[in-house]
Design a protein around this ligand. Structure first.
Ligand code: F6P
Length: 556
């Protein structure tokens, strides 16, 4: 089978994925096992639960409850090799311009490289720069946490408000919630993202501006929502403190755009930088994580980076058959393109991970929600699944009905921890019992005969049947620590990358967000004009704008 060369730039010589022999072999193979049930897979291979698993950086992955057998894995690994995954991994870690449409590297792995490492990009070792910013963040965080950095009136900072959106919000807020157990509790953190003023108003309600520090977090420092909220926050803060000079003690910025930051009125010494080779959704371990570092402290932040790095090393070095991100990425391709699952549920059995599904939505869907290959050809296969989820056990009492008996097939990732951070009687056992039970119920279900054997009224038998055969992965770790969280995030980052390589798409651009932004700018001008403008949209949009303008005028 021909090996497809790949490194850096678009693979113009790469044949269409679906015509490749490695893909065709999977199509054939799928046909041969399409009617098999997970009950059968386990009956044929009773030890598969002991075998189809892998472990790295404190995370144990059980993937035995997927609709696969040994041959499926062999063929998926063959596909990975033929799509040039080893070379693409190398290219990413080496800083090649793998984000081809934006002509830049995707070097987030350098953000967690240890101080002694050397990663050269355009002739410069970026590792010392990364650690210089980490040190700057740590000095600042220690000063705020220790009461050395005071507000304009001499009061201690007690509230942090991070203003950012997308990658400048979802990572920090997810990790802040995930690591709340490790937070300094006399320092509250709020996250404002939405241009809906309610977000800022509610976040700052009741706060004393003299004790409040805003972090304006934006890679580009041009994002409408963030700049609008930042200006409103500055007005709120200055109005309470009565002095424009107070901005220096109450506003810091995280950005790659020093000019934009200076224009906003934040001094260069209060800016924490990062680099264009860090994608927004891959940035929570850069200065974008400043709010998190303030909350958990530099030591825990560095432990989180160690977790990221441990998973990076595993991804880069482990044989693909035992490589967690590779296996999860290939299983996602299998479920999406061969089982035709259009969505994927992420179900953390840990309340601290309540924002993890939302974080993964951007990571996965902004990365792989693409319809053309790197060379610009329309794909003839499905790319990213829709990712969604809620913590267990809450989800069990809302949407799990559909997971068990609905018509769509929804592969699930279950995530659980063996030790609770808040042990209370036997509640953790109850929580985990539910996780294990759900994976079992989804895989094996309950047949009509089993339902009948329970003495069920015949009229209800069909309603009480669980077909099962719902695929799932289970991720287990000892305890939710900063290290484990870092490893978990890196696992999903690299799984998403693996999927993108197979699908031959650029996982690091996001052109799909542009059109809406452009139209919103035009429409905002139409809403702002005092006299009714001539509207040139379609009839639906025109009518909606007219109605809005009319009712807005009439509202109290
Ligand atoms: O509009 C999408 C996006 O560009 C995301 O990719 C990014 O994370 C977010 O906006 C915020 O961008 P910035 O950090 O530049 O404000």
């Amino acid at each position: 089978m021909s090996h497809l060369p790949s490194r850096g730039g678009p693979q113009t010589d790469r044949p269409t994925l679906t015509r490749h022999p490695a893909w065709q072999a999977l199509v054939e193979h799928h046909r041969s096992i399409a009617d098999s049930h997970l009950r059968q897979f386990f009956a044929d291979d009773p030890e598969r639960g002991e075998r189809l698993n892998a472990e790295a950086a404190g995370l144990y992955l059980d993937y035995s409850k997927n609709r696969i057998n040994n041959e499926t894995i062999r063929l998926l690994l063959d596909l990975a090799g033929n799509c040039g995954l080893p070379e693409r991994i190398d290219a990413m870690f080496c800083g090649d311009a793998i984000n081809t449409t934006e002509k830049r590297a995707a070097l987030h792995t350098a953000l967690r490289a240890p101080a002694g490492a050397c990663i050269v990009l355009d002739g410069v070792d970026v590792v010392p720069e990364v650690h210089a910013v980490l040190d700057q963040m740590a000095t600042f965080a220690d000063a705020v946490r220790g009461g050395l950095w005071l507000g304009h009136t001499g009061k201690r900072i007690r509230h942090i408000v991070n203003i950012g959106i997308g990658g400048s919000d979802l990572g920090p807020v997810m990790a802040y919630e995930a690591l709340k157990h490790y937070c300094q509790r006399n320092l509250s953190c709020q996250f404002v993202s939405n241009v809906d003023a309610t977000d800022l108003v509610e976040a700052t309600r009741g706060l004393d501006a003299a004790e409040t520090l805003f972090i304006v977090c934006s890679k580009t420092f041009t994002t409408l929502e963030t700049l609008t909220n930042a200006k409103a926050a500055r007005a709120w803060s200055v109005a309470q403190l009565g002095d424009e000079h107070s901005v220096a003690r109450h506003f810091v910025a995280v950005s790659t755009n020093a000019e934009g930051v200076a224009e906003f009125g934040i001094a260069p010494t209060s800016m924490f930088g990062f680099w264009d080779w860090v994608g927004g959704r891959y940035s929570m371990d850069s200065a974008v994580g400043l709010s998190l570092m303030l909350a958990i402290g530099p030591g825990h932040f560095r432990a989180m980076l160690d977790g990221f790095h441990a998973m990076d090393e595993h991804f880069r070095g482990a044989p693909f058959g035992q490589n967690l991100p590779v296996l999860m990425g290939l299983l996602a391709v299998w479920n999406t393109d061969f089982l035709e699952a259009q969505t994927q549920a992420v179900l953390p059995y840990d309340q601290y991970l309540k924002r993890f599904p939302a974080y993964l939505q951007q990571l996965t869907m902004e990365s792989n929600g693409k319809h053309v290959t790197q060379a610009g050809a329309r794909v003839d296969y499905a790319t990213s699944p829709i990712v969604w989820g809620e913590p267990g056990t809450n989800g069990q009492h809302s949407f799990y009905q559909l997971l068990h008996q609905g018509t769509p097939l929804v592969p699930c990732d279950f995530i659980g921890f063996c030790q609770s951070l808040n042990p209370l009687d036997s509640q953790h056992d109850l929580l985990m019992a539910n996780l294990f039970a759900q994976t079992e119920a989804m895989a094996f279900g309950k047949t009509a005969d089993e339902v009948r054997a329970e003495g069920t009224d015949e009229a209800l038998v069909a309603h009480r049947v669980f077909e099962g055969n719902r695929p799932s992965n289970t991720l287990l770790a000892e305890r939710l620590t900063p290290f484990t969280l870092g490893a978990l995030v890196a696992l999903y980052e690299h799984s998403v990358f693996t999927q993108g390589v197979i699908w031959d798409i650029d996982s690091f651009d996001q052109w799909g967000v542009e059109l809406g932004k452009l139209l919103a700018q035009q429409t905002a001008a139409e809403l702002a004009s005092a006299r009714a403008p001539t509207l040139t949209h379609d009839s639906s949009t025109n009518a909606l704008i007219r109605r809005y303008r009319q009712l807005r005028k009439e509202s109290p």
